[in-house]
Design a binder for this molecule. Structure first.
Ligand SMILES: [Zn+2]
Length: 234
């Protein structure tokens, strides 16, 4: 074998080894303390593409843009950012004007580029660390009022690293692809409006999940497989 091939194989092994993050003692300890519902929910929504932990590893700046910015949209984004700020400490999240410099852009657009959805998020991440590099959020014109609010809130969950929940947990807002947490028996419009107003904020479950993802407990690149083995062994 010539030395170039040897060196290449050595580098590939190094890279593969570098990508695999075994579960550390700290993670074992703090995961042990979670309730079994929280363990299950985090296993469901905490692992993004390639079934790995992907999140921001630096302060996040966020800017809005688009041809369909409605009067209430800046306030919606500001309120959601204010809700997220204490949940992702020590990282900070701030609104900025310069769209070019923003880590997350929220594009309120008339142009529906994907059918049957109210918005979507396109993240970019660093290949080896799995840290987010950028996220482009698109909000389509379909939803109004509190449902538009909820669309932004839902997409922001993707933009900070969450995936859809595959199972139903009623107090987790972020539980399915349709994000419809309105599960009251009555279909009275007034009831629905009231319900949506009262449930604008992230639920306590959502908050625990966000805090967990951004805690030292959960390292970047941790695989779902390793996390699931850990919670199964408990
Ligand atoms: Zn979604």
């Amino acid at each position: 074998m010539n030395s170039f091939i040897k060196l290449s194989i050595y580098l590939i092994i190094l890279i593969i080894h570098g990508c695999h993050k075994p579960v550390g003692v700290k993670t074992k300890d703090c995961v042990n303390k979670l309730t079994s519902d929280d363990k299950k929910l985090f296993s469901n929504i905490g692992f993004f593409y390639y079934k790995k932990i992907m999140k921001w590893d630096h302060d996040i700046s966020i800017a809005i843009k688009g041809d369909d910015i409605r009067p209430e949209d800046p306030e919606t984004v500001r309120a959601i950012v204010a809700e997220l700020t204490p949940l992702i400490t020590p990282l900070k999240i701030t609104l900025i004007k310069n769209v070019e410099k923003a880590d997350i852009t929220i594009d309120f657009t008339y142009e529906i580029t994907k059918l049957d959805i109210y918005g979507y998020t396109k993240p970019e991440f660093r290949l080896f660390s799995s840290a987010f590099k950028k996220a482009d959020v698109f909000i389509f014109p379909i939803q109004k009022g509190d449902y538009r609010w909820r669309t932004v809130q839902h997409e922001m969950m993707h933009a900070i690293g969450f995936n859809h929940n595959k199972t139903y947990l009623k107090d987790a807002k972020f539980y399915d692809t349709t994000m419809n947490a309105y599960v009251l028996k009555s279909y009275d419009k007034a009831d629905e409006d009231k319900f949506m107003k009262e449930h604008r904020k992230y639920s306590e479950t959502d908050k625990r999940m966000i805090k967990l993802l951004y805690s030292n407990c959960i390292p970047l690149g941790l695989s779902k497989k390793d996390f699931d083995e850990l919670i199964d062994s408990n």
